[in-house]
Design a protein around this ligand. Structure first.
Ligand code: SF4
Ligand code: SF4
Length: 439
């Protein structure tokens, strides 16, 4: 299939990066790459979504890879998985899965799922700071995204989402549910209760976001985790920039551990969390050159949860700067190729240690596989499940819709359409969501 045709199908079917920030997948398609990486590193503790997808849906994964290789004219693809996943799947490094497709095992360390780290680990190439992977000749898609691309080639839009439901609950599960399923309905269906003094996350314990009872499953939800408030995973998310700055004023000893351990700094990126903390406490004045380096942070949390022994969150300080940069559409871009630090290999954090540091190691167990479950009576399809302009509703309240029917068009520019995950009646349409009741 031609690249333009594939891109159109991916856009028309609403395919978005299923494991990350929600970048519309069609926008990543471009000529000039020589390597396709399929990211199955599943770096976050407690998540087993990609593992089960690979275990039960390898033919779909390979079909998606085949379409991408053909459209992009790429001669090699690697399925990138961590050593422990490879062991569970009985795959080995270098093993051929199909023509031009081989397994690439990654060390059991955190973070590996970050595109920049993944590309370096799998190919030895470093993406120039602020540049896209394509500039290093690489295109990266998550495992589930590749499955959704295979489905898009048959005209099937994204209406379902695989996710792990886990944490401090008796039985963790991996299940596929309609996009827009309210998290409270999901819990009720599977008899899950959130104990007192626990918090619910959308995503993993490292980079997931705290959600409340209004949350719904989106196209980017890889997991829903219930974790005790006292865990570092939750505490680190409650440390806001203000409190961190206040603590930094008295407690930051400028030991530089946060910079020494930063995975991006270890790849030669010009980011120095300890300096950004110093500017936040007004020990030195922030310069635009220094502030803009905050945009190179991948948000992994290593500086906060492992490196700093003074309970300061360099990440919260950096997030504050990142917010200002994003509002002003500013980011660091360099034409210089960085060099990885020789110490990098010894400073990466073993996955087990990372899980323990976050206080979640005790909840780590392989979930029970529940397969697909479409039996939910209500969905709330968010119109902004992707980076870019929100989708535009094309249905009105009271209208009956079929499962798979288009209910919102993409807007101008970077955007995606939305489809009804269940058949039923449209109950509510706002600028932010479309609610459908099975009736
Ligand atoms: S690790 Fe903590 S104490 Fe050390 S420089 Fe960074 S913020 Fe300051
Ligand atoms: S969160 Fe901290 S360790 Fe991770 S990339 Fe950002 S500054 Fe570096």
């Amino acid at each position: 299939m031609e690249i333009d045709k594939l891109g159109k199908l991916m856009k028309d079917c609403g395919v978005v990066g299923a494991g990350g920030a929600g970048f519309p997948s069609y926008a990543k398609l471009a000529g000039g790459a020589d390597t396709l990486l399929v990211n199955g590193s599943e770096c976050e503790p407690l998540l087993y979504t990609d593992y089960y997808l690979l275990k039960t849906g390898m033919p779909e994964v390979l079909a998606g890879i085949r379409e991408l290789l053909e459209a992009l004219g790429i001669s090699r693809a690697f399925l990138c998985i961590k050593e422990h996943t490879a062991k569970r799947l009985r795959l080995s490094d270098g093993e051929t899965l199909a023509e031009k497709v081989a397994v690439k095992t990654l060390p059991d360390v955190y973070p590996m799922g970050d595109e920049i780290s993944l590309i370096y680990q799998a190919t030895g190439r470093i993406v120039k700071p602020g540049c896209l992977p394509i500039t290093a000749g690489v295109i990266v898609y998550n495992v589930e995204t590749v499955c959704n691309i295979a489905a898009a080639c048959n005209g099937t839009p994204v209406t379902m989402k695989w996710l792990t439901v886990g944490g401090d609950i008796p039985e963790a599960i991996v299940v596929r549910v309609p996009v827009g399923t309210p998290v409270t309905d999901l819990f009720e269906k599977y008899g899950i209760t959130v104990p007192e003094d626990h918090t619910v996350l959308d995503g993993g314990p490292s980079m997931g976001k705290i959600i409340d009872e209004r949350a719904v499953v989106t196209k980017t939800t890889k997991g829903i985790l219930i974790l005790p408030d006292e865990t570092e995973a939750i505490q680190s998310k409650l440390l806001d920039a203000k409190r961190s700055v206040a603590r930094a004023e008295t407690a930051c000893c400028q030991c530089t551990h946060c910079t020494d351990m930063c995975p991006r700094a270890l790849l030669g990126y010009p980011i120095e969390p300890h300096k950004l903390v110093r500017t936040a406490r007004q020990a030195v004045e922030i310069t635009p050159e220094m502030a803009i380096t905050a945009s190179l942070c991948c948000g992994c949390g290593v500086c906060t949860s492992v490196a700093c022994c003074q309970e300061i969150s360099p990440k919260a300080v950096i997030d504050y700067y990142k917010g200002i940069l994003a509002k002003n559409k500013l980011k660091y871009i360099s034409k210089e190729e960085p060099k990885a630090e020789p110490e990098r290999e010894y400073r990466m954090i073993p996955s087990e240690r990372w899980a323990k540091s976050l206080g979640v190691g005790r909840f780590d167990r392989v979930p029970v596989f529940r397969g697909e479950d479409r039996e939910f009576s209500r969905v709330e399809v968010r119109l902004s499940q992707h980076i870019g302009a929100p989708s535009k509703a094309i249905v009105g309240a009271g209208e009956m819709v079929e499962a798979g029917q288009r209910i919102a068009d993409s807007a101008e520019g970077l955007s995606l359409p939305q489809y009804a995950p269940i058949a039923g009646q449209v109950k509510l349409v706002t600028e932010k969501k479309i609610v459908i009741d099975r009736g």
